[in-house]
Design a protein around this ligand. Structure first.
Ligand code: NAP
Length: 303
Protein backbone atom coordinates (compact mmCIF):
# COMPACT_ATOMS: atom_id res chain seq x y z
CA UNK A 1 0.00 0.00 0.00
CA UNK A 2 1.27 3.45 -0.92
CA UNK A 3 1.89 6.01 1.82
CA UNK A 4 0.26 9.22 0.62
CA UNK A 5 1.87 12.07 2.54
CA UNK A 6 -0.15 15.28 2.77
CA UNK A 7 2.15 18.23 3.36
CA UNK A 8 5.85 18.15 2.48
CA UNK A 9 6.84 20.30 5.46
CA UNK A 10 9.25 19.41 8.26
CA UNK A 11 7.59 16.35 9.72
CA UNK A 12 5.98 15.18 6.47
CA UNK A 13 9.35 15.26 4.71
CA UNK A 14 11.03 13.51 7.62
CA UNK A 15 8.56 10.63 7.33
CA UNK A 16 8.41 10.56 3.53
CA UNK A 17 12.18 10.48 3.03
CA UNK A 18 12.76 7.72 5.57
CA UNK A 19 9.91 5.58 4.22
CA UNK A 20 11.15 6.07 0.64
CA UNK A 21 14.75 5.37 1.61
CA UNK A 22 13.59 2.00 2.95
CA UNK A 23 12.16 1.22 -0.47
CA UNK A 24 8.52 1.69 0.53
CA UNK A 25 6.06 3.30 -1.89
CA UNK A 26 5.48 6.98 -1.01
CA UNK A 27 3.63 9.74 -2.86
CA UNK A 28 3.55 13.39 -1.79
CA UNK A 29 0.39 15.44 -2.09
CA UNK A 30 1.22 19.10 -2.70
CA UNK A 31 -0.91 22.19 -2.41
CA UNK A 32 -1.26 23.22 -6.07
CA UNK A 33 0.27 22.88 -9.56
CA UNK A 34 2.78 25.67 -8.83
CA UNK A 35 4.19 23.84 -5.80
CA UNK A 36 4.21 20.61 -7.80
CA UNK A 37 6.16 22.28 -10.62
CA UNK A 38 8.66 23.75 -8.13
CA UNK A 39 9.08 20.34 -6.49
CA UNK A 40 9.58 18.56 -9.80
CA UNK A 41 12.19 21.13 -10.84
CA UNK A 42 14.10 20.56 -7.59
CA UNK A 43 14.48 16.86 -8.31
CA UNK A 44 13.12 15.51 -5.03
CA UNK A 45 13.20 15.84 -1.26
CA UNK A 46 16.49 16.13 0.56
CA UNK A 47 16.99 14.70 4.04
CA UNK A 48 19.88 16.25 5.97
CA UNK A 49 21.02 13.97 8.75
CA UNK A 50 24.24 14.37 10.73
CA UNK A 51 25.62 16.59 8.00
CA UNK A 52 24.93 14.02 5.29
CA UNK A 53 22.49 14.81 2.50
CA UNK A 54 20.27 12.24 0.88
CA UNK A 55 18.05 13.24 -2.02
CA UNK A 56 15.03 11.09 -2.80
CA UNK A 57 13.01 11.51 -5.98
CA UNK A 58 9.67 10.77 -4.36
CA UNK A 59 6.70 11.00 -6.74
CA UNK A 60 4.28 13.87 -6.08
CA UNK A 61 0.82 14.93 -7.15
CA UNK A 62 -1.81 17.54 -6.36
CA UNK A 63 -5.27 17.18 -4.85
CA UNK A 64 -6.85 16.93 -8.28
CA UNK A 65 -5.26 13.59 -9.14
CA UNK A 66 -7.93 10.87 -9.21
CA UNK A 67 -5.80 8.09 -7.69
CA UNK A 68 -7.55 6.45 -4.71
CA UNK A 69 -5.93 6.78 -1.28
CA UNK A 70 -5.75 3.88 1.17
CA UNK A 71 -3.26 5.25 3.66
CA UNK A 72 -2.81 8.95 4.31
CA UNK A 73 -0.23 10.56 6.55
CA UNK A 74 -1.61 13.98 7.45
CA UNK A 75 1.47 16.12 8.07
CA UNK A 76 0.22 19.70 7.83
CA UNK A 77 -0.31 22.07 10.74
CA UNK A 78 -3.34 21.53 12.96
CA UNK A 79 -5.09 24.60 11.49
CA UNK A 80 -4.73 23.28 7.92
CA UNK A 81 -5.63 19.64 8.53
CA UNK A 82 -9.43 19.80 8.34
CA UNK A 83 -9.63 21.76 5.07
CA UNK A 84 -6.88 19.71 3.43
CA UNK A 85 -8.46 16.36 4.33
CA UNK A 86 -11.88 17.64 3.22
CA UNK A 87 -10.46 18.13 -0.27
CA UNK A 88 -9.12 14.57 -0.27
CA UNK A 89 -12.20 12.88 1.22
CA UNK A 90 -13.59 11.88 -2.21
CA UNK A 91 -10.36 9.99 -2.93
CA UNK A 92 -10.36 7.91 0.27
CA UNK A 93 -11.21 4.22 -0.22
CA UNK A 94 -13.87 2.63 1.99
CA UNK A 95 -11.50 1.44 4.75
CA UNK A 96 -8.84 4.07 4.38
CA UNK A 97 -6.42 4.73 7.21
CA UNK A 98 -5.41 8.23 8.28
CA UNK A 99 -2.38 8.89 10.46
CA UNK A 100 -2.68 12.30 12.14
CA UNK A 101 0.60 13.91 13.20
CA UNK A 102 -0.85 17.20 14.46
CA UNK A 103 0.21 18.63 17.77
CA UNK A 104 -2.43 19.51 20.37
CA UNK A 105 -6.06 18.46 20.30
CA UNK A 106 -9.12 19.39 18.29
CA UNK A 107 -7.90 18.89 14.74
CA UNK A 108 -8.04 15.09 15.06
CA UNK A 109 -11.76 15.06 15.87
CA UNK A 110 -12.47 17.53 13.07
CA UNK A 111 -10.65 15.30 10.58
CA UNK A 112 -12.31 12.12 11.88
CA UNK A 113 -15.74 13.69 11.41
CA UNK A 114 -14.93 14.30 7.73
CA UNK A 115 -14.04 10.69 7.09
CA UNK A 116 -16.41 8.63 9.26
CA UNK A 117 -15.57 5.36 7.49
CA UNK A 118 -11.83 5.77 7.75
CA UNK A 119 -9.68 4.49 10.58
CA UNK A 120 -8.04 7.47 12.27
CA UNK A 121 -4.77 6.87 14.05
CA UNK A 122 -3.55 9.66 16.30
CA UNK A 123 0.17 10.23 16.70
CA UNK A 124 2.29 12.15 19.15
CA UNK A 125 5.91 12.73 18.25
CA UNK A 126 8.97 14.08 20.00
CA UNK A 127 11.08 14.00 16.84
CA UNK A 128 12.40 17.36 15.74
CA UNK A 129 12.86 18.64 12.21
CA UNK A 130 13.00 21.93 10.35
CA UNK A 131 13.31 23.08 6.78
CA UNK A 132 16.54 24.85 5.81
CA UNK A 133 15.26 25.47 2.29
CA UNK A 134 12.49 24.47 -0.03
CA UNK A 135 12.20 20.66 -0.29
CA UNK A 136 14.95 20.18 2.32
CA UNK A 137 14.47 18.89 5.82
CA UNK A 138 17.02 18.77 8.63
CA UNK A 139 16.61 15.93 11.12
CA UNK A 140 17.38 18.01 14.21
CA UNK A 141 16.35 15.95 17.18
CA UNK A 142 15.96 12.24 17.60
CA UNK A 143 12.79 11.27 19.36
CA UNK A 144 9.94 8.88 19.45
CA UNK A 145 6.45 8.61 18.01
CA UNK A 146 3.50 7.08 19.82
CA UNK A 147 0.53 5.98 17.75
CA UNK A 148 -2.90 4.86 18.83
CA UNK A 149 -6.53 4.50 17.84
CA UNK A 150 -9.14 5.45 20.40
CA UNK A 151 -11.74 3.20 18.70
CA UNK A 152 -9.71 0.01 18.05
CA UNK A 153 -6.94 -1.22 20.32
CA UNK A 154 -5.28 -3.57 17.81
CA UNK A 155 -2.21 -2.16 16.04
CA UNK A 156 -2.15 -1.89 12.24
CA UNK A 157 0.12 -4.34 10.40
CA UNK A 158 2.03 -1.50 8.72
CA UNK A 159 3.88 -0.61 11.92
CA UNK A 160 6.45 -2.94 10.31
CA UNK A 161 6.94 -0.28 7.62
CA UNK A 162 7.97 2.18 10.32
CA UNK A 163 10.45 -0.32 11.76
CA UNK A 164 11.86 -0.90 8.29
CA UNK A 165 12.16 2.86 7.78
CA UNK A 166 13.92 3.35 11.12
CA UNK A 167 11.14 5.49 12.59
CA UNK A 168 11.20 4.79 16.35
CA UNK A 169 7.61 4.19 17.44
CA UNK A 170 5.32 2.41 19.82
CA UNK A 171 1.66 1.48 19.68
CA UNK A 172 -0.13 3.13 22.58
CA UNK A 173 -3.64 2.22 23.69
CA UNK A 174 -3.85 5.43 25.75
CA UNK A 175 -2.98 7.89 23.00
CA UNK A 176 -5.47 10.51 24.24
CA UNK A 177 -3.76 10.52 27.63
CA UNK A 178 -0.43 11.11 25.89
CA UNK A 179 -1.84 13.92 23.73
CA UNK A 180 -3.47 15.57 26.77
CA UNK A 181 -0.25 15.32 28.76
CA UNK A 182 1.74 16.90 25.95
CA UNK A 183 -0.89 19.61 25.58
CA UNK A 184 -0.70 20.40 29.30
CA UNK A 185 3.11 20.59 29.22
CA UNK A 186 2.85 22.89 26.23
CA UNK A 187 0.29 25.16 27.96
CA UNK A 188 2.47 25.45 31.07
CA UNK A 189 5.63 26.35 29.18
CA UNK A 190 5.24 27.68 25.62
CA UNK A 191 2.92 30.69 26.11
CA UNK A 192 5.04 31.98 29.01
CA UNK A 193 8.22 31.76 26.92
CA UNK A 194 6.49 33.92 24.30
CA UNK A 195 5.21 36.46 26.84
CA UNK A 196 8.49 36.69 28.75
CA UNK A 197 10.55 36.49 25.55
CA UNK A 198 12.82 33.81 26.95
CA UNK A 199 14.24 30.34 26.44
CA UNK A 200 12.56 27.51 28.33
CA UNK A 201 15.13 27.91 31.10
CA UNK A 202 14.06 31.53 31.60
CA UNK A 203 10.92 30.20 33.30
CA UNK A 204 13.08 29.25 36.28
CA UNK A 205 12.58 32.92 37.24
CA UNK A 206 8.80 32.49 37.14
CA UNK A 207 8.27 29.54 39.46
CA UNK A 208 5.04 30.84 41.00
CA UNK A 209 3.38 31.54 37.69
CA UNK A 210 4.30 28.07 36.41
CA UNK A 211 3.09 26.39 39.61
CA UNK A 212 -0.27 28.20 39.49
CA UNK A 213 -0.81 27.18 35.87
CA UNK A 214 0.09 23.57 36.65
CA UNK A 215 -2.49 23.57 39.43
CA UNK A 216 -5.22 24.73 37.06
CA UNK A 217 -4.13 22.34 34.29
CA UNK A 218 -4.22 19.45 36.78
CA UNK A 219 -7.80 20.38 37.68
CA UNK A 220 -8.71 20.52 34.01
CA UNK A 221 -7.22 17.13 33.17
CA UNK A 222 -8.98 15.49 36.10
CA UNK A 223 -12.26 17.09 35.11
CA UNK A 224 -11.82 15.89 31.49
CA UNK A 225 -11.42 12.28 32.63
CA UNK A 226 -7.63 12.30 32.20
CA UNK A 227 -6.27 11.74 35.73
CA UNK A 228 -3.27 9.81 34.37
CA UNK A 229 -2.29 12.83 32.27
CA UNK A 230 -2.53 14.99 35.40
CA UNK A 231 -0.28 12.81 37.53
CA UNK A 232 2.74 14.76 38.82
CA UNK A 233 2.31 17.37 36.09
CA UNK A 234 4.08 20.13 37.98
CA UNK A 235 7.23 18.09 38.64
CA UNK A 236 7.43 17.04 35.01
CA UNK A 237 7.00 20.64 33.85
CA UNK A 238 9.88 21.68 36.13
CA UNK A 239 11.98 18.77 34.81
CA UNK A 240 11.28 19.74 31.19
CA UNK A 241 12.15 23.40 31.89
CA UNK A 242 15.51 22.28 33.30
CA UNK A 243 16.27 19.66 30.69
CA UNK A 244 15.43 22.00 27.79
CA UNK A 245 16.67 25.21 29.44
CA UNK A 246 18.73 26.27 26.40
CA UNK A 247 15.92 25.70 23.88
CA UNK A 248 13.41 28.11 22.45
CA UNK A 249 9.91 26.57 22.50
CA UNK A 250 8.14 25.86 19.21
CA UNK A 251 5.62 28.63 19.90
CA UNK A 252 8.42 31.08 20.70
CA UNK A 253 10.06 30.22 17.37
CA UNK A 254 6.77 30.54 15.47
CA UNK A 255 6.19 34.04 16.89
CA UNK A 256 9.82 35.11 16.44
CA UNK A 257 9.63 34.11 12.78
CA UNK A 258 6.25 35.72 12.22
CA UNK A 259 4.51 32.38 11.64
CA UNK A 260 1.01 31.47 12.69
CA UNK A 261 0.91 29.49 15.95
CA UNK A 262 -1.25 26.46 16.78
CA UNK A 263 -2.79 28.31 19.77
CA UNK A 264 -6.34 27.11 19.06
CA UNK A 265 -5.25 23.48 19.38
CA UNK A 266 -3.18 24.03 22.53
CA UNK A 267 -3.98 26.76 25.09
CA UNK A 268 -7.16 27.69 23.22
CA UNK A 269 -8.35 24.09 23.31
CA UNK A 270 -7.62 23.85 27.05
CA UNK A 271 -9.61 27.02 27.81
CA UNK A 272 -12.52 25.84 25.64
CA UNK A 273 -12.54 22.47 27.43
CA UNK A 274 -12.61 24.23 30.81
CA UNK A 275 -15.53 26.39 29.70
CA UNK A 276 -17.38 23.31 28.46
CA UNK A 277 -17.03 21.79 31.93
CA UNK A 278 -18.00 25.07 33.67
CA UNK A 279 -14.61 25.03 35.30
CA UNK A 280 -13.29 28.40 36.38
CA UNK A 281 -9.55 28.59 35.62
CA UNK A 282 -8.72 32.30 35.85
CA UNK A 283 -4.97 32.10 35.31
CA UNK A 284 -5.25 29.87 32.26
CA UNK A 285 -7.85 32.21 30.74
CA UNK A 286 -5.73 35.24 31.54
CA UNK A 287 -2.72 33.55 29.95
CA UNK A 288 -4.74 32.99 26.77
CA UNK A 289 -5.92 36.61 26.74
CA UNK A 290 -2.35 37.87 27.17
CA UNK A 291 -1.11 35.58 24.41
CA UNK A 292 -3.90 36.64 22.05
CA UNK A 293 -3.08 40.31 22.71
CA UNK A 294 0.63 39.61 22.15
CA UNK A 295 -0.08 37.91 18.80
CA UNK A 296 -2.52 40.63 17.71
CA UNK A 297 0.06 43.33 18.50
CA UNK A 298 2.44 41.59 16.11
CA UNK A 299 -0.15 41.22 13.39
CA UNK A 300 -0.26 37.44 13.77
CA UNK A 301 -3.43 35.33 13.66
CA UNK A 302 -4.97 34.93 17.11
CA UNK A 303 -6.60 31.58 16.38
P1 NAP B 1 5.44 22.65 8.44
O1 NAP B 1 6.91 22.46 8.31
O2 NAP B 1 4.87 24.02 8.38
O3 NAP B 1 4.77 21.76 7.31
C1 NAP B 1 3.41 21.80 7.01
C2 NAP B 1 3.28 21.47 5.55
O4 NAP B 1 1.91 21.31 5.23
C3 NAP B 1 3.83 22.57 4.63
O5 NAP B 1 4.74 21.97 3.73
C4 NAP B 1 2.59 23.07 3.90
O6 NAP B 1 2.79 23.38 2.55
C5 NAP B 1 1.72 21.85 3.97
N1 NAP B 1 0.31 22.17 3.74
C6 NAP B 1 -0.50 22.96 4.45
N2 NAP B 1 -1.72 22.99 3.92
C7 NAP B 1 -1.66 22.18 2.84
C8 NAP B 1 -2.59 21.81 1.87
N3 NAP B 1 -3.84 22.26 1.88
N4 NAP B 1 -2.17 20.98 0.91
C9 NAP B 1 -0.92 20.51 0.85
N5 NAP B 1 0.01 20.82 1.75
C10 NAP B 1 -0.37 21.65 2.73
O7 NAP B 1 4.90 21.98 9.78
P2 NAP B 1 5.57 20.85 10.68
O8 NAP B 1 6.60 21.47 11.55
O9 NAP B 1 5.95 19.69 9.85
O10 NAP B 1 4.35 20.49 11.61
C11 NAP B 1 3.30 19.60 11.26
C12 NAP B 1 2.61 19.16 12.55
O11 NAP B 1 3.53 18.36 13.29
C13 NAP B 1 2.24 20.33 13.47
O12 NAP B 1 1.03 20.08 14.12
C14 NAP B 1 3.39 20.37 14.46
O13 NAP B 1 3.02 20.92 15.72
C15 NAP B 1 3.70 18.89 14.59
N6 NAP B 1 5.06 18.60 15.04
C16 NAP B 1 6.16 19.13 14.40
C17 NAP B 1 7.44 18.81 14.83
C18 NAP B 1 8.67 19.37 14.14
O14 NAP B 1 9.79 19.14 14.60
N7 NAP B 1 8.58 20.09 13.04
C19 NAP B 1 7.62 17.96 15.92
C20 NAP B 1 6.49 17.43 16.55
C21 NAP B 1 5.23 17.76 16.10
P3 NAP B 1 3.70 24.60 2.01
O15 NAP B 1 5.11 24.10 2.09
O16 NAP B 1 3.22 24.74 0.61
O17 NAP B 1 3.42 25.77 2.89
Amino acid sequence: TTWHVLGAGSLGSLWATRLARAGLPVTLILRDPERLAAYTASGGLTLVEQGREHRLAIPAQTFDTAEPISRLLVACKAYDAEAAVARLAPRLVENAELVLLQNGLGSQDAVAALAPKARCIFASSTEGAFRDGDWRVVFAGHGFTWLGDIAHPQPPYWLDDLTLAGIPHEWNTQILTRLWRKLALNCAINPLTVLHGCRNGGLQDHHCEVATLCGELTELLECCGQPAAAHDLHSEVERVIQATAANYSSMYQDVAQGRRTEISYLLGYACAAAARHHLNLPHLNQLRDRLVAHLAARGLPTT
